[in-house]
Design a protein around this ligand. Sequence first.
Ligand SMILES: Cc1cc2nc3c(=O)[nH]c(=O)nc-3n(C[C@H](O)[C@H](O)[C@H](O)COP(=O)(O)OP(=O)(O)OC[C@H]3O[C@@H](n4cnc5c(N)ncnc54)[C@H](O)[C@@H]3O)c2cc1C
Ligand code: SF4
Ligand code: SF4
Ligand code: SF4
Length: 365
Amino acid sequence: MNNNSIQKKDTEKIAMVGTPCQITASTLMTDYADYTGNNPMELKIGLFCMENFSYNYLKELLKEYEINLKDVVECRIEKGYMWFHLTENKTFKIPLEDVKSCIRKSCKICMDFTSEHSDISVGSVGSPEGWSTVIIRTGKGLNLVENAKKNKYIKTMPITDQGLKLMHNLALEKKSENIKEIKKRENIARPVLYWRVMPPEEYLEEVKTSQFKDLKGDVIDIGGCVLCGACLLSCPENIIQIKDRKPEISGECPPECNACYVACPRSYVPENISSRDMEKSPFGDYIKIISAKASMFHGQDGGVVTALLSYALADNLVDKVLVVDKSTVNPWKPEPKLTRNLEDVIKASGTKYAACPIFKPMKNE
Ligand SMILES: Cc1cc2nc3c(=O)[nH]c(=O)nc-3n(C[C@H](O)[C@H](O)[C@H](O)COP(=O)(O)OP(=O)(O)OC[C@H]3O[C@@H](n4cnc5c(N)ncnc54)[C@H](O)[C@@H]3O)c2cc1C
Ligand code: SF4
Ligand code: SF4
Ligand code: SF4
């Protein structure tokens, strides 16, 4: 145990939206707060996620097609293509096959399609155009959805059997493809530690003496890092930086500290957070699955994430929300933001298809 929890005395409640790997990191930081420091995450809205991309590689690829990211108004993945809606009502599409070279290595070993450890998961697959699919997993999530509906932030309808089947097939497709890659990497001495799930007692023993140098060798240097920034947030010495591509360290680690290793969703993970059942069960545990649409917000799909986060702020369920906006300097580069302003939440709507250290702004609090 380190003294991180004593060092950070943040009592503000935060709601986050994030990809499944970011939701896993947040769950680790909450469940193991004695090791990683206080994580004031009150509510986790997870996204569906098949894969993510390197911002720099994608930008270079688009250059080959003579597309400048500053001319892109909206980006979608649909029907086997990455679609770019450009200014002047022009549209451009690239076959997903051609974008494959830009997928992050860490996504190829990812076994979670629907953010199985969130309160609510939201995606597009399974619902009609302009609607979102919503998986409600916890009582907290259920209350939020019901109250947001009562207060006219969202409207809902039942999901169709066809929609459910589509989700089911995609989730299993991701898992069956990626388990092959996990096995391949394990066979060539590039271990996939997070998939070696173990009971919580064994887990704590295993990570007891692991520090940043181990994180570097076990995760970062072998293509496992998802660039979430949980290591940076949890470091009590503030010696981790993520400038662009990966976490780096400048300084000495005190002997008793293992915070970054515990917070990392791609180092060892205990079985209550990443269970082997994930290989077979398509969506994880849930209360119900519905389709929903925001009544007064636009978003990537139904605008439901924006509506739920806005309602959580307006009803004082949380003090701040952690969202991912676009950089004002590099077009479409994801930029995480911790905010209490509704305008920021609305501005951050829409999907940015690139990884980003989402937890970084919490460090500066
Ligand atoms: C990398 C990625 C891959 C995805 N893949 C799929 C998929 O395969 N199938 C599917 O059904 N859905 C996928 N989604 C989810 C989908 O694109 C929508 O985000 C989701 O349907 C919610 O739509 P909405 O209109 O309710 O959200 P909105 O109201 O538009 O809100 C979207 C929220 O997403 C957050 N966000 C945007 N970019 C990122 C990012 N890079 N990292 C973390 N948070 C971000 C923003 O903060 C915003 O609050 C993916 C999302 C991401 C980020
Ligand atoms: S590792 Fe990649 S595929 Fe998995 S949740 Fe994170 S961004 Fe999505
Ligand atoms: S970098 Fe060192 S000091 Fe910082 S969390 Fe990791 S082990 Fe602790
Ligand atoms: S090394 Fe750091 S940034 Fe990379 S996955 Fe682990 S916690 Fe996230």
